[in-house]
Design a protein around this ligand. Structure first.
Ligand code: HEC
Length: 111
């Protein structure tokens, strides 16, 4: 399966995450490939995914979420909040503080 090969390849590239500078750089490095540079869910890998990555620029997305649920999705993965496991857990590669920083950063992407 082409899609799963791609995901396996992405996982190898993305983990482990080590040198974190700031949330914007972390997002660009680890999330933009799927979620898009501007967070619109249009990253280069998005087209090959059966479930579309979340669009963080969309106010409707945020209307239905809390910081806690978004934090949980990043820390424990999509499956932890009843979403797709294609959204991987980042608990082994990021501290809670780093994840909190990313949650705040994601909110700055709203258009
Ligand atoms: C391999 C592609 C991929 C990567 C890399 C990725 N995501 Fe995702 N993400 C997804 C997909 C696909 C979904 C949609 C899951 C669904 O709707 O079932 C998603 C959903 C989400 C959600 C939404 C959960 C919700 O409430 O609906 C958040 C938040 C999120 N990702 C954050 C991140 C962050 C932050 C990073 C980087 C640390 C990241 N993602 C990296 C694919 C990815």
């Amino acid at each position: 399966m082409k899609t799963y090969g791609l995901i396996a390849l992405l996982s190898l590239c993305l983990l482990p995450a080590s040198a974190f500078a700031n949330p914007a750089e972390s997002f660009a490095q680890f999330c933009a490939v799927c979620h898009g540079v501007g967070g619109a869910g249009d990253g280069v890998a998005a087209a090959g995914l059966p479930v579309k990555p979340a669009n963080f620029t969309n106010t409707a997305f945020w209307a239905e979420r809390t910081d806690e649920s978004v934090f949980k999705a990043i820390k424990e993965g999509g499956a932890a909040i009843g979403k797709s496991p294609l959204m991987a857990p980042y608990k082994d590669s990021m501290s809670d503080e780093q994840i909190k920083g990313i949650v705040s950063y994601l909110r700055t992407l709203i258009k």
